[in-house]
Design a protein around this ligand. Structure first.
Ligand SMILES: O=c1ccn([C@@H]2O[C@H](COP(=O)(O)OP(=O)(O)O[C@H]3O[C@H](CO)[C@@H](O)[C@H](O)[C@H]3O)[C@@H](O)[C@H]2O)c(=O)[nH]1
Ligand SMILES: O=P(O)(O)OC[C@H]1O[C@](O)(CO)[C@@H](O)[C@@H]1O
Length: 355
């Protein structure tokens, strides 16, 4: 949707679909914020969306009707809490449990528990104290700590999250932790030629092995280092193409400062005459394109690359595996567990190539 739409959304949709398909679950409802932004899709202004018989999306309206990035969401939380409590007060059947994804959602869930007694599960996806860089968002850290301490259960994806990342929030934070390794659905092969069409104008020979990266353009994902390694290596350029999907960045106005800086670095490194025909940094793509690119990379004998400075879990390692694509993955965070379980690649220290 935007350059910041990433793994926690993919996780929620996958988990909700899997839960809704269970015989012992009557209804799953994804509750999120409504917004009116036609360029991002009219569906986000739809209050109720039926996804399948037992899965729906409920969107809450507040006075602020436009799209808000996660950095701008904090001021809207009190209004969202009110909208959520009012919605629950009017529902015919209260949920048996609320699973809050990310600490801002946990703030709504904990208020709902206080009012209606509904138990709360919290999944952080990405804890701010694990992020490298100088600017730690103290409000976000406080919301994460509260959610870790007050939720009835905390569901984490990787051993690193459970044993290392949560420990940074204090010994108490580990008390209710459960580790559940996520999966991804095994995808059907993409439509013949789909990924090829996306690359045709950009790569002189799309059949050469592909080095593929798929990640949001944020400093933590370290995409600029991958670009620099490729740009500095004639040997790599002679053997493989480089394809980087770094979110939707056709409309630069949407991008926040961090994404703009990362995308500028990527363009400055890759959009140079010497690399023409060897590199693709497509500005937009569909979900079908992502699946097709994983397939294409596998078919060309390529590899998926994730050099993140820190990766809390690493859903893209699973996606690559589900398409039969081996990985070179960061050893910082969750990927080491995934690669050890699946045996589909190697883990490397990303600092080896730090800019
Ligand atoms: O241009 C892009 C970039 C990403 N994606 C998708 O977005 C998701 C990104 O996943 P990942 O890089 O793992 O997630 P993050 O956005 O960083 O989200 C957090 O949450 C994920 C789920 O818990 C964890 O795997 C991550 O480690 C954690 O940082 C994947 O489904 C990608 O296919 C796209 O479709 N297009
Ligand atoms: O990089 P951060 O700030 O830790 O946040 C990661 C999360 O934020 C989002 O990009 C947007 O909410 C999620 O898709 C992702 O899981």
């Amino acid at each position: 949707m935007t350059e910041d739409t990433g793994g926690h959304i993919a996780y929620i949709l996958g988990a909700a679909r899997a839960q809704a398909a269970r015989g012992d679950v009557d209804l799953v409802q994804i509750v999120t914020r409504a917004f009116d932004e036609p360029t991002l899709g009219a569906v986000h202004a739809q209050t109720e969306q039926q996804v399948s018989r037992s899965l729906s999306i409920r969107r809450l309206w507040t006075a602020q009707r436009g799209y808000l990035s996660k950095e701008n969401l904090a001021a809207e939380i009190p209004a969202l809490v009110d909208a959520f409590l009012e919605d629950l007060a009017q529902t015919q059947r209260l949920p048996d449990v609320i699973h809050a994804h990310f600490a801002d959602a946990a703030q709504l869930a904990l208020e709902a528990r206080a009012r209606f007694g509904i138990p709360v599960i919290y999944t952080p996806h990405s804890l701010a104290l694990s992020k490298s860089g100088p600017a730690v968002d103290t409000d976000r850290v406080a919301a994460e700590r509260r959610a870790l301490l007050e939720a009835d259960a905390v569901v984490l994806s990787s051993r690193d999250e459970a044993e290392v990342q949560v420990a940074a929030y204090g010994a108490d934070a580990q008390a209710r932790v459960h580790r559940v390794s996520p999966g991804v659905s095994l995808r059907r092969p993409a439509e013949a030629g789909a990924g090829r069409a996306l690359l045709a104008d950009r790569l002189s020979d799309p059949d050469r092995p592909t080095l593929l990266a798929v990640a949001r353009p944020v400093a933590r994902k370290n995409l600029a280092t991958l670009a620099r390694v490729y740009a500095d290596s004639p040997a790599l350029q002679a053997r493989a193409n480089l394809v980087i999907l770094a979110g939707q960045h056709g409309d630069a106005l949407q991008a926040n400062a961090e994404a703009r800086a990362e995308l500028t670095r990527l363009r400055e490194t890759l959009e140079v005459p010497a690399l023409r025909g060897k590199v693709a940094l497509p500005p937009s793509h569909t979900q079908g394109d992502v699946a097709a690119l994983y397939d294409r990379a596998a078919q060309t004998g390529g590899v998926f690359v994730n050099l993140a400075l820190h990766e809390p879990f690493g859903l893209t390692m699973l996606e690559a595996a589900s398409h039969g694509l081996p990985v070179v993955a960061t050893q910082e965070g969750g990927p080491a567990d995934i690669v050890a379980d699946l045996g589909h690649g190697i883990c490397v220290p990303p600092a080896m190539w730090r800019r």
